[in-house]
Design a protein. Structure first.
Length: 359
């Protein structure tokens, strides 16, 4: 079984699509039969890579090929429901980026489609595949910190500026923040009950690009999530602030990272431990491996994120954004500074490197 390759068609070869392509090429588990992108410049570039895959502009070719077992859907969110519908119709297993559609109603339609079909369908909720969250969760589940009481998560980076690709995925707290909404819910083990959010319209942009939300889960656990791509875009030396802090009735477990190395610190009632390992990026390799194993076994791994999980996280992220909009949304800065940030970011890298690093 280990030598069996799964035939897949990749649809969308933008920033994320290239991450998936790179990891699938490395793993040996995938036969990349097709690469599809509507951009002729992207297709021309892909032709120069010497891949065995057919480079096409029409996704329909992939769906209608009966030998293709799975599709990777890495286009923008406004395309995904239509592509998920096709995948179900043509019997293809599905690996998708999040969010799985461009509105809550369409996301739940996608969930209904895949849950009424025996196909393996998963979505990139990458934090669930990270070694550090699993280490923290195992420590919490062991009882070393007593009862989990407070979940604090912060992720502030220079990140993508408004107008750099978030249009269909929503503001930063939805596009990126839904990952932290999901992982907080994963730790709590139940759904959100109450919330209160505050937002900031940095640079006088129409949507808040920084948001903090606090509230409770149905089991009484308190959460505090802070996310924003507002952290020193024009600083001479760029930095970030990212951590997870799990506070129990007896001890604590926490994590910080610098996008290269993640450090987990465990302070329990019987042991204190510090674990330092490579950060792992977006853990695309883990997701692709779980997806391949699930297809070969004919059933989804319990560690494989479900489209339902994505729709739930997306829905709460939108609710938190909506709650922030019911309060005063201050606007500080101006659009001229935002344009300066956009121009500055173009000089930093060609789309990998630093821009990849801080998103």
């Amino acid at each position: 079984m280990e030598n069996v390759q799964i035939k897949i068609g990749i649809i969308g070869l933008g920033r994320m699509g290239r991450f998936y392509l790179d990891e699938m090429k490395k793993s040996g588990k995938w036969d990349i039969a097709y690469i599809c992108d509507v951009n002729p410049l992207v297709r021309k570039e892909a032709l120069q890579w010497g891949l065995d895959a057919q480079i096409v502009s029409d996704e329909q070719v992939i769906f209608e090929d009966p030998s293709v077992q799975a599709v990777g859907l890495f286009t923008l969110a406004d395309q995904r429901l239509r592509q998920i519908e096709k995948a179900v119709r043509y019997g293809k297993h599905i690996l998708a980026e999040k969010p799985i559609a461009d509105s809550i109603e369409r996301e739940w339609k996608a969930v209904e489609l895949v849950e009424n079909h025996p196909l393996i369908a998963t979505v990139n909720l990458y934090l669930r595949n990270s070694w550090y969250h699993h280490a923290l969760k195992q420590f919490v589940d062991s009882g070393e910190i007593g009862e989990l009481a407070i979940v604090r998560i912060c992720h502030m980076t220079p990140g993508l500026a408004p107008g750099e690709g978030h249009e269909y995925e929503g503001p930063a707290f939805h596009d990126c923040g839904m990952h932290y909404v999901d992982i907080a819910r994963w730790y709590a083990g139940c759904d959100y009950e109450t919330w209160h959010a505050l937002g900031m319209r940095m640079w006088n942009y129409k949507d808040p690009w920084w948001l903090q939300c606090q509230g409770t889960f149905q089991n009484g656990i308190v959460f505090d999530i802070t996310q924003g791509f507002v952290y020193g875009q024009l600083a001479k030396d760029q930095t970030h602030n990212s951590y997870v802090d799990l506070i129990g009735t007896k001890g604590i477990a926490r994590m910080t990272h610098d996008f290269k190395t993640a450090v987990v610190e465990l302070h329990g009632v019987t042991r204190t431990e510090r674990i330092e390992k490579p950060y792992g990026g977006k853990n695309i390799d883990v997701l692709c491996s779980l997806f391949a194993e699930s297809i070969l076994k004919g059933e989804p791994s319990t560690d494989l994120p479900r489209m339902r999980d994505s729709a739930i996280a997306s829905g709460y992220a939108w609710k938190f954004l909506e709650d922030a909009s019911t309060h005063r949304l201050p606007a500080i800065g101006n659009l001229e500074t935002l344009e300066e940030i956009r121009q500055h970011r173009k000089t930093l890298t060609n789309g990998y490197g630093l821009l990849r690093h801080f998103t």
